[in-house]
Design a protein around this ligand. Structure first.
Ligand code: N01
Length: 544
């Protein structure tokens, strides 16, 4: 393994050593690490007008981190950065995450190497030069030995194609492409389609201002109270003082410093279990899922019990029994991305919010002024599409790189999203993904996951450079083995039984396969092992 020292540059052969696509959490960190630690010549391209990725685009009202949050939803590698940033709330709002990323970019002088408002329209591998050439919508061409795709797991907006939707004449916004200017809901009848994280975060905020909100719900959701609160100065001071230890805990647990309670449901009476659910509900956040009982995502009966507990809470919160009934989820608890809300179910107690259950009353069409469902017409002035993303694979397929022999990724992934380690693809040498399919991605703390993956990519690049190697490429055998491993792990759980974007089931026609590695810490151990075992599963080619 490479142990430091100057790396041989390849300016003779390529414009850059590495091209990174995307300047969200992962792309920014990869730029900093490759440029400032490895001393590589790096260029970043991003279609957005500034840094931030997801946090640049998703500006809808109520957008917040929906995982255990501050101060841990952040970069972990720099004590100075930890010391000079003050997080204010436990569930950080979008504007604060974006401000943090802008601060990071400025502090490490990153923006000078990022080209914004630039869409990469093509990326091709050349076997002779062992490098990638990209083209952009600005008419430029650039080459680099390594192509690092930090293109975002939740980027390609999913837009429903209901008949007549384009005829709707009012304002129409997708939560994942929210305008930068303030959107006013005052005096408007707003229709919201979608009740995932984005819908559930935005609906309470929209309802505070709008004349009326009609929610069009296809699948009722389990949503847990976020219990957002201010972070005290004392908490921040302690986390800064203990950062090294906290970071070690994050690295060895599921990306969070908190201990996950491991206990067996059989050791408790139903009454004791219920008391545990109550206290975890009160605690808020994802504790009901991670700290109730170890087998909650494996054991159907146990999962049913927790599901019923949450349904009971919804019945208690929502005053109108008919509306409450429509809001009761019936899939296995936590097998879709868990949602943390700030008063979502309570919003249905307002006089200006109504719910249409699309399972009973599906949308037929749109007109210039209304949504027509089977049972009636819903006049609206504004349409909010909280309909999610072609998750995990969509942005790679959009980029559609062409690998060895000109094979495109769209061809390669026509039936299955084959990859090795969630970071590489056979037939696409020197291409790395961050948060690709088969990586822990959204099931891990994403900033930390991005950091760790970028570190591994950097080590791999350093290994190639130090050993006069020109290319690294996963083998088909390694990719098949990885595919089996990911799916075997998922098959032991209840995840595959639910139609979710983890399974690719939210996009019509998308191959159905579990898209995430379930055990983040083990995954990163595995990356290190692969490197230590001379890049097992890869072919390393001499430099030409
Ligand atoms: O998208 P989703 P999201 N007709 O796919 C419905 C992350 N995130 O943007 O469940 C009618 O979860 C769809 O219905 P169904 C987070 O990881 C992070 O809300 O497929 N409805 C569902 O209700 C999250 O999981 C933050 O039946 C249609 C909704 O639209 C991920 O992003 C904040 C439809 C889509 O829910 C995606 O969340 C927000 C149709 N044709 C989100 N098509 C952070 O804080 C879809 N739906 C970091």
């Amino acid at each position: 393994m490479w142990l430091g020292g100057p790396l041989r540059m390849r300016k003779d052969k390529t414009d850059y050593d590495a091209i990174i696509i995307g300047s969200g959490f992962s792309g920014l960190y990869a730029l900093h690490h490759l440029r400032d630690k490895l001393k590589l010549n790096v260029r970043v391209y991003d279609s957005a007008g500034g840094v931030g990725g997801t946090w640049w685009y998703n500006r809808y009202p109520g957008a917040r981190v929906d995982a255990p949050s501050s101060p841990f939803y952040a970069y972990t590698f720099s004590q100075e950065l930890v010391d000079d940033w003050t997080w204010k709330e436990t569930q950080t709002p979008q504007a604060s995450v974006l401000a943090y990323l802008e601060h990071f970019a400025q502090r490490f002088d990153l923006t000078k190497d990022i080209q914004f408002k630039t869409w990469v329209t093509d990326a091709r591998y050349d076997e002779q030069t062992q490098s990638w050439t990209i083209e952009t919508d600005q008419g430029e061409t650039a080459s680099a030995q390594f192509l690092i795709c930090a293109v975002g797991a939740l980027f390609v907006a999913n837009r429903p194609d209901y008949p007549g939707i384009d005829d709707f004449a009012g304002e129409c916004y997708h939560t994942g492409r929210w305008p930068h200017d303030k959107v006013s809901f005052a005096g408007k009848r707003v229709g919201v389609i979608g009740t995932g994280s984005s819908g559930i975060q935005s609906i309470p905020e929209i309802a505070k201002e709008a004349e009326h909100v009609t929610v069009f719900q296809r699948t009722p959701q389990y949503s847990l109270p976020a219990r957002n609160r201010a972070l005290s100065e004392e908490e921040l001071k302690r986390s800064r003082a203990d950062w090294d230890d906290l970071r070690q805990s994050m690295l060895h647990r599921g990306g969070w410093p908190h201990k996950t309670i491991r206990r067996s449901a059989q050791d408790y009476t139903p009454e004791e279990r219920h008391a545990i659910y109550e206290s975890l509900w009160e605690e808020g956040g994802i504790h009901l899922s991670i700290n109730s009982f170890s087998a909650v995502l494996i054991d159907k009966d146990l999962n049913d019990e927790v599901s019923e507990f949450v349904r009971g809470k919804i019945r208690q919160i929502v005053r109108d029994p008919e509306t409450a009934e429509k809001l009761l989820p019936d899939y296995h608890f936590a097998t879709k991305r868990l949602i943390l809300d700030n008063g979502y179910f309570e919003t249905y107690n307002r006089g200006n919010v109504s719910l249409v259950d699309l399972r009973d009353d599906p949308i037929k069409s749109f007109s210039a002024t209304a949504v027509q469902t089977q049972q009636g017409e819903h006049p609206i002035d504004m349409l909010v599409l909280a309909t999610g993303f072609d998750a995990v694979t969509g942005s790679m397929l959009n980029l559609n790189p062409k690998g060895r022999d000109g094979l495109s990724l769209q061809e390669k992934w026509a039936d299955r999203f084959e990859n090795y380690l969630g970071a590489t693809i056979a037939g696409f040498p020197n291409l790395f993904m961050i948060h690709g399919p088969g990586s822990p991605g959204v099931l891990y703390t994403m900033p930390l996951g991005g950091e760790r993956t970028a570190n591994w990519i950097a080590e791999s690049i350093a290994h190639l450079r130090a050993n006069n190697l020109g290319a690294i490429e996963a083998t088909d055998e390694a990719a098949s083995m990885w595919d089996e491993e990911i799916n075997a792990a998922a098959a032991q759980t209840l995840y595959p039984l639910t139609d979710s974007w983890y399974m690719g089931a939210n996009i019509p026609g998308k191959p159905r396969q579990f898209l995430a590695h379930l055990r983040g810490s083990k995954y990163f151990e595995r990356l290190s092992q692969v490197a230590d075992q001379d890049y097992e599963g890869f072919v390393l080619e001499s430099a030409k």
